[in-house]
Design a binder for this molecule. Sequence first.
Ligand SMILES: NC(=O)c1ccc[n+]([C@@H]2O[C@H](COP(=O)([O-])OP(=O)(O)OC[C@H]3O[C@@H](n4cnc5c(N)ncnc54)[C@H](OP(=O)(O)O)[C@@H]3O)[C@@H](O)[C@H]2O)c1
Length: 279
Amino acid sequence: MGKIICITGASSGIGLASALKFAHEGWTVYAGTRHPERDQELYREVEQLHFVELEVTQPESIQRVIDRIDEEHGKLDLLFCNAGFGYLRSLGQAPFADIERVFETNVYGVMHTIRAALPLLRKTGYAHIVATSSVGGLVGQPMNEIYCASKFALEGLLESMAVYYKPTFNIDITLLEPGAIATEFNKTVLGHVAETGGILEDEYKPVLDAYTSTFLKRNVEPQTAASVAEVMWDLAQMETKPLRLRTSEQADQFVARKVSTDPTGLDSVLHIRKIQLDL
Ligand SMILES: NC(=O)c1ccc[n+]([C@@H]2O[C@H](COP(=O)([O-])OP(=O)(O)OC[C@H]3O[C@@H](n4cnc5c(N)ncnc54)[C@H](OP(=O)(O)O)[C@@H]3O)[C@@H](O)[C@H]2O)c1
């Protein structure tokens, strides 16, 4: 039987590019979207690509997708928790409802997704969970503290699970860590800023201005979503799955000071597995 992947946040960007790549490679793809009719119509010529309604803040919506995959295939080889969005206001500026909204998708959304899929992933015999973190899940950045906090939370969640999921459930865990990628991501971030009062003329403005100008200089040529999809594909072929995988040389360099002694995160996982589980 062929391989099955379920991807959240597959209506655009990294999720969509990965859905197309895996479908072209012959996998059966369940591509989670909040616009299933629109997306199915756009890609109706792609075989084995099924757009399914999936809102990660609603556990029942995820469960419906998992139940369908179970009914149609009885297994799920790769769960790609990719849905997420950025947020560009400081803690001092952000209404608390905004902070909750970021965490509801970027953190609780991933928790809901893994919880719903876990029985099916275990039933599969061997499976792989990948979540899209960010270089911002390793390195805190100015005016991005809410977003970085959400991705740091994801890193803690999956790093902890990696210690015992492989020996206990035969499930590998990987955090995909992109740098700047040319997707709808920035449009969504800046759209939210524009819709909620625009750039504020306050004491954070010089920090935001400096951050924005150095960001634009550093990211003249952001990585494409298609290139990230190739990294995802290569990851799916790897015999030994890394806990952490940056998607480009530039992303690697950005976090090098933080992870130089253990770039894949696997040394640490094996160490903690030994000292805490004696495995
Ligand atoms: N682009 C970057 O520079 C960058 C860098 C590092 C990490 N990332 C991470 O990469 C992942 C994918 O982002 P992207 O760059 O591909 O941006 P994107 O083009 O904006 O794609 C984000 C996807 O997530 C979906 N989504 C957002 N909230 C959702 C929710 N509550 N339920 C279900 N789907 C939801 C969006 O659906 P709609 O179309 O319905 O909104 C869209 O399909 C995110 O986790 C992001 O944090 C991006």
